[in-house]
Design a binder for this molecule. Sequence first.
Ligand SMILES: Cc1ncc(COP(=O)(O)O)c(C=O)c1O
Length: 254
Amino acid sequence: MPSLTTPPNPVGQSAPPQLFPFLDLKAEYAAMKEEIRAAVDRVLESQQFIMGPQVRELEAEVATLVGCRFAVGCASGSDALLLALMALGVDSGDEVITPPFTFVATAGSIARLKAKPVFVDIDPETYNLDAKQLESAITSRTKAIMPVHLFGLPAEMETITRIARAHGVPVIEDAAQSIGSQYQGKSVGNIGEFGCFMQEISVRAAGDEQPLGQLAGCDPAGEAQVSGWVHQSPPTKCRSLWRIVQTGRVRQVD
Ligand SMILES: Cc1ncc(COP(=O)(O)O)c(C=O)c1O
């Protein structure tokens, strides 16, 4: 009887040869090596390892890339999701709608606040939240909708935001896997009230044009609030050394 963690391996069948590594970070490092090493040296010389100028630099570059007013660097994509939920006041007993097919951190960020992830199934064509099933999942307890742009493919944001606005519910985009992706000419992460990216960046508050822009976290006061949380919480702070790697990566997104 095969265990749940061991994939079945019929007798006599050897594992297929690995044609290329599943994750080849060395190739990426080789392409950026000189830039990274020089920047690492600058951080070591400055001895400012946390929340240094590199963090500000990355935040500005991400905001420009995504086309939003500001970006706040934090410790991880998971923390970005958590901070966005906190900025919207999500609390114990609240419901947040999200798809079940995603990385564990999406629903995990909701559970960390003792709120309830309400799963709306995925579209079998796109593997993203099926917008047709969204409206029937909204209740009086729904505090946010958290679609995921999986594998670089944007979720169906036109329908999702139309339904969200009709119900006055803010949207947090989990764009962890999709920085640089575009949806109808707009960068993902810049469509809902907040966009959250992996590789330790960031939560974004919506621009002035957003109809829900007055909600917590969607105006400059929201930026100050989220930044304040990052500064007060050591695990949430940005590490300058890590930031410079990410700044290099962001520059490679086109
Ligand atoms: C869809 C999605 N959301 C959130 C995260 C969490 O990002 P991090 O690993 O930086 O906490 C990931 C990470 O793989 C992800 O794929």
